[in-house]
Design a binder for this molecule. Structure first.
Ligand code: DAH
Length: 357
């Protein structure tokens, strides 16, 4: 069998015999001791270290011959050195540029338009969350929040979940102890408001929720929801429909159509899911809406009298509606995001696209 390490040493050109480590150290010392005292020296520094024929480039050539076993360590060292050299050059550049400007003009030119500084961009999920909250606040819904670590009562029991409901199962819920879990939905905040606020209540409640799901393009172990409730005397299903219709028109435009499909949630009766006409094909049928022309965007319903009663509200006198929606889903539809994981990958190429919003 061929011995890789010996053939490696023989094949190397002379220059590469110098161990990478020593060469790194040598160039670092050169760069450190290089005194930059004027603009000409800024350029000299660049030529000596950063140009094509510069010392750093030689090192990158030498790096190609480093045995695989030390590639990681040497690579790290090489990058550190590169950053150091680049940093020294850039700050010298800034320093002498400003000094030169000052010398030429004698003072700062106050009539110049200021250079805009990059302040980052809002996360697409925050953009959508803010938009949803602001639409509902125009209707008098008040912003509210609740804890992400919840007890069984607020997350399940007070919301009329039967004791053996599958949503309580270990597979869906991250339990911390028998009674404490990471909330699986923002509906728990409804309960907190019912027990602490005076009626009527009209609130919009965004937040992060957790479910024990395998991570994929369409599911994650945490995501975000916005919950809404309205409780007063004589609140009807017509109020619910009109409120949600107003909401989607504000969010997606006046051409949007909606439909309500009967559904089931333990805490609402009757319950429904609301669909909007497909944003892409406008209802004609395409692969985003799976050729139905409709996209499901939220769950809703009239608050079950059992829930009102469990929270000390007179269900004879008061009624209310509730709704809940996933922010990721709405942001996906609005921005055409195909993979849920991109929201959490912190890739600035993705995040930078939302700069102007
Ligand atoms: N909590 C439900 C979920 O996580 C969403 C939901 C449906 C909330 C109907 C509601 C509602 O307030 O009325 O899937």
């Amino acid at each position: 069998m061929q011995d890789d390490s010996s053939s490696f040493t023989f094949d190397l050109p002379r220059r590469n015999d110098i161990p990478m480590k020593e060469k790194l150290e040598e160039i670092r010392q050169h760069a450190e001791s290089f005194a930059i005292e004027n603009t000409a020296q800024v350029e000299q520094f660049r030529l000596q270290f950063l140009s094509k024929k510069g010392e750093l480039n030689d090192l990158f050539e030498l790096f190609k011959t480093v045995p695989n076993a030390s590639k990681k360590e040497m690579g790290q060292k090489l990058n550190e050195l590169k950053q150091f050299i680049q940093g020294k050059w850039e700050s010298a550049q800034v320093h002498f540029e400003t000094e030169e400007k000052g010398a030429n003009k004698g003072s700062i030119d106050l009539t110049l338009t200021p250079e805009s500084s990059f302040t980052g961009s809002r996360h697409p999920l925050s953009i959508i969350e803010n938009e949803i909250v602001s639409i509902f606040s125009k209707l008098g819904f008040v912003y509210s929040e609740g804890p992400e670590i919840e007890d069984d009562w607020h997350n399940f029991s007070a919301l009329n979940f039967p004791p053996n409901h599958p949503a309580r199962d270990m597979q869906d819920t991250f339990f911390i102890s028998e009674d404490i879990a990471l909330r699986t939905h923002t509906s728990s905040v409804q309960v907190r408001l019912m027990e602490s606020q005076k009626l009527p209540i009209r609130a919009i409640m965004p937040g992060r929720v957790y479910r024990n799901e395998a991570i994929s393009a369409r599911a994650n172990c945490f995501f975000h929801q916005v919950e809404g409730i309205y409780i007063d005397e004589k609140v009807s299903f017509a109020d619910l429909k009109q409120t949600l219709f107003y909401f989607v028109q504000e969010l997606f435009g006046n051409d949007i159509k909606v439909r309500f499909r009967p559904s089931y949630f333990p805490f609402t009766e009757p319950s429904a899911e609301m669909d909007i006409s497909c944003l892409l094909c406008k209802g004609e049928g395409c692969n985003v809406c799976k050729y139905t022309g409709w996209l499901e965007i939220l769950g809703c319903g009239m608050i079950d009298p059992n829930v009102l009663t469990a929270n000390g509200i007179d269900a004879e006198k008061y009624s209310g509606f509730a709704f809940g929606m996933g922010i990721e889903r709405i942001a996906m539809l609005k921005f055409g995001v195909k993979d849920l994981r991109t929201y959490f990958s912190n890739d600035i190429r993705f995040l930078g696209q939302f700069e102007s919003l």
